[in-house]
Design a protein around this ligand. Structure first.
Ligand SMILES: [Zn+2]
Length: 332
C-alpha cells in the first residue's frame, strides 16, 4: 500500500490552476500518530482575469470559527468568471486544534500564532507552521487572517495592523471595524510571517470563539468585499458601511485584577472611557465589595472577560489607547 507523500510540501501556485475555476484541495501538511497524512483544506478560486492573489485564512486558533463562515459566504457569492486575480482560502489553518476543539496546537500546547514562520525539525507546532507557511503564503500579495476573542472573552469587531504600512493601513480601514489596533510585525503571528515574505497583511478579530455569530460573519464578509472592490478584484452588488468610522489605537493593554473574587464589570464593549473612570469591582462570596478598578488612562474597550470568577492577575479589560502612530505620540 502506498500513501501520499507529505514531506517536501510545495506552495499552492494559482498560476497552475485553470482560470475561471474553483478547486477544493486537501493538502497533506502533517501526519498523525499512525503515520497517516493530515489534510488541510485549501480552496483556490482562480478568476477569469489577471489580478493579485488575496489570501483568506481562519482558525489559526482551533476554536475561532466565525472566519470559517466568512470564507464560506464569500466563496458562495463570488463567481470566478467575474473575478480578477485569485482568492486563496485556508478556512481551517490549525487542523489538529480544530479537531480537538481547542485554541492551542494539541501536540505541544503551543499557540500556533506565536511560532510562525515555523521551523523545519522544530517542535510539532513549529513544523506544522513551517509546512503551512510553505503551502499557503508563498504566492500571496495580500492576506486577511481572521480570528476571534479567546475562550471566556468577547471582542468588538476590530483589526490589528501595522498602521505605518500604507497598504496594511488601507486594508484595515476598508474592513470598517470598530477599532484598528496598531502593531508591528515580528511576533510569530501568521500576519508577521506573511509580512516577512512581502505580503501586505492584517488580522481581523471577528467576535467570539466557539460559535458562528451572524452579525460578525456579515461584518467580516462586507469588509472583505470592500477589500476585493478596492483591489479591483471583484465587486458585489452592495457594500454596506457601518455608521461610525473606526477608532485608531496606537497601543493597548490588558487590565488585570489584583485580588481574587467575583468580578462585576461596569463598562461595555466598545465604550470610550476616561482616566480614573471606575470600570469594575470585586465582591466576596457574601456580596461585599473587596476592591474596585479604574481606568489608568483614557481609552476604548476592545475586549473583555465574560467570566466573573477572578484570581489575582485575571485579565478583565482590553483597553486601547486612541491615537495614530503616524502622529508621533498620538493624541491621547
Ligand atoms: Zn486567534
Amino acid at each position: 500500500m502506498s500513501r501520499p507523500k507529505r514531506r517536501g510540501v510545495s506552495p499552492v501556485d494559482p498560476a497552475s490552476f485553470p482560470v475561471a475555476t474553483r478547486t477544493d484541495l486537501r493538502v497533506a501538511i502533517y501526519e498523525d500518530g499512525l503515520g497517516n497524512p493530515l489534510y488541510c483544506p485549501i480552496v483556490v478560486l482562480r478568476g477569469a482575469h489577471p489580478g493579485p492573489t488575496l489570501g483568506l485564512s481562519a482558525a489559526v486558533h482551533g476554536d475561532e470559527l466565525n472566519g470559517i463562515r466568512i470564507i464560506h459566504s464569500l466563496l458562495g457569492a463570488i463567481d470566478p468568471a467575474t473575478l480578477h486575480g485569485t482568492l486563496l482560502c485556508a478556512p481551517i489553518v490549525n487542523v489538529p486544534a480544530f479537531q480537538a476543539e481547542q485554541r492551542r496546537f494539541p501536540e505541544d500546547h503551543r499557540d500556533l500564532n506565536t511560532v510562525f514562520p515555523g521551523k523545519t525539525g522544530g517542535l510539532p507546532s513549529e513544523q506544522y507552521a513551517r509546512a503551512f507557511q510553505t503551502v499557503f503564503v508563498e504566492h500571496l500579495d495580500y492576506l486577511v487572517d481572521i480570528h476571534t476573542a479567546s475562550r471566556g472573552r468577547i471582542n468588538t469587531f476590530y483589526v490589528r495592523a501595522d498602521l505605518t504600512s500604507p497598504e496594511a493601513r488601507e486594508l484595515a480601514l476598508l474592513m470598517h471595524p470598530t477599532i484598528v489596533l496598531h502593531g508591528k510585525s515580528g511576533d510569530g503571528t501568521l500576519r508577521s510571517a506573511a509580512r516577512g515574505r512581502g505580503v501586505h497583511a492584517i488580522t481581523v478579530e471577528a467576535g467570539n470563539p466557539e460559535e458562528f455569530q451572524g452579525r460578525m460573519v456579515d461584518r467580516g464578509e462586507q469588509g472583505v468585499r470592500r477589500v476585493l472592490a478596492a483591489l479591483e478584484m471583484w465587486r458585489g452588488p452592495s457594500e454596506k458601511l457601518p455608521d461610525a468610522p473606526p477608532i485608531l489605537c496606537r497601543k493597548s493593554t490588558w487590565l488585570r485584577t489584583r485580588g481574587g473574587g467575583l468580578l462585576v464589570n461596569e463598562f461595555r464593549l466598545g465604550e470610550s472611557v476616561e482616566k480614573k473612570q471606575r470600570l469594575a469591582h470585586l465582591v466576596d462570596p457574601y456580596g461585599h465589595e473587596l476592591e474596585s478598578y479604574t481606568a489608568p488612562t483614557d481609552g476604548v474597550v476592545i475586549g473583555m472577560s465574560r467570566h466573573p470568577v477572578a484570581v489575582p492577575g485575571t485579565r478583565f479589560c482590553h483597553l486601547g489607547t486612541p491615537g495614530d502612530p503616524l502622529d508621533g505620540e498620538g493624541d491621547a
